[in-house]
Design a protein around this ligand. Structure first.
Ligand SMILES: *Cc1c(COP(=O)(O)O)cnc(C)c1O
Length: 223
């Protein structure tokens, strides 16, 4: 099942689009099944759960933290996390930098942009993102690297609205991509699209999709 789902998704998208298999709430056996089918990037939204799965599974997996970050827990993943999608403050970047330094690593980060019209979604305004990536202080953070942006669209069936939200972030990304010159900020990744909206996200410029239920089946509770 998991293998078929993965193959179906892969067959429908360009090879240039990376698939993050969002495995939150799913048992190790399900992740192993995806791994055996060739999947190497997994996304989780709880640090403790991700750390447990990291311990249990093969070490060539790339672990992505996709959830909202609690700063005091960054230390529990700093030794292994590959990409943090949900960075939405300079303070958090500083904490990631501090923890990464302890392990002599550089942790890749995406700044989360608020593109949804709902109040419940976290994220930075485009102005706030620009402020961070142009700030003098960013240059002092040697153990983080900002490699792109992440966005979550409104939970709606309105295709036009979804498209407008994805497109707005893509336009902003393209402008910032050529403007940023810092050693620790090179924008390459645009993480947009989930099970329900990834085809539209890709059409609007996404090159990394975060897919959970379309691979692993629906989750028993909202996570
Ligand atoms: C859970 C989650 C996903 C995956 O959601 P599906 O609808 O199951 O594909 C993607 N991104 C984030 C940030 C999530 O929390």
């Amino acid at each position: 099942m998991i293998k078929d789902n993965l193959q179906k998704i892969k067959a429908s998208i360009s090879e240039e689009v990376a698939i993050v298999a969002v495995s939150k709430t799913k048992p190790i056996a399900d992740l192993q099944e995806a791994y055996d089918a060739g999947q190497r990037i997994f996304g989780e939204n709880k640090i403790q759960e991700m750390a447990e799965k990291f311990e249990a599974l093969p070490k060539d997996i790339e672990w992505h933290m996709i959830g909202h970050l609690q700063r005091n827990k960054v230390k529990y993943m700093a030794h292994f996390v590959d990409l943090i999608h949900g960075v939405d403050s300079f303070k958090t970047l500083k904490e990631i930098d501090k923890q990464a330094k302890k392990h002599n690593r550089v942790i890749h980060c995406l700044l989360q942009a608020k593109i949804a019209k709902e109040d419940s979604k976290f994220g930075l305004s485009f102005d706030a993102i620009e402020e961070i990536i142009t700030s003098e202080e960013l240059a002092t953070l040697e153990n983080i690297s900002i490699v792109g942006f992440m966005g979550m669209a409104t939970f709606t069936d309105d295709q036009q609205q979804l498209e407008a939200e994805f497109d707005a972030l893509k336009q902003f990304f393209d402008i910032q991509k050529v403007k940023t010159v810092r050693a620790n900020c090179a924008l390459k990744i645009l993480s947009m699209g989930m099970s329900g909206d990834y085809p539209l996200a890709i059409k609007n410029g996404s090159n990394m999709i975060r897919v959970g239920s379309a691979i692993f089946g629906s989750r028993n509770y909202i996570a």
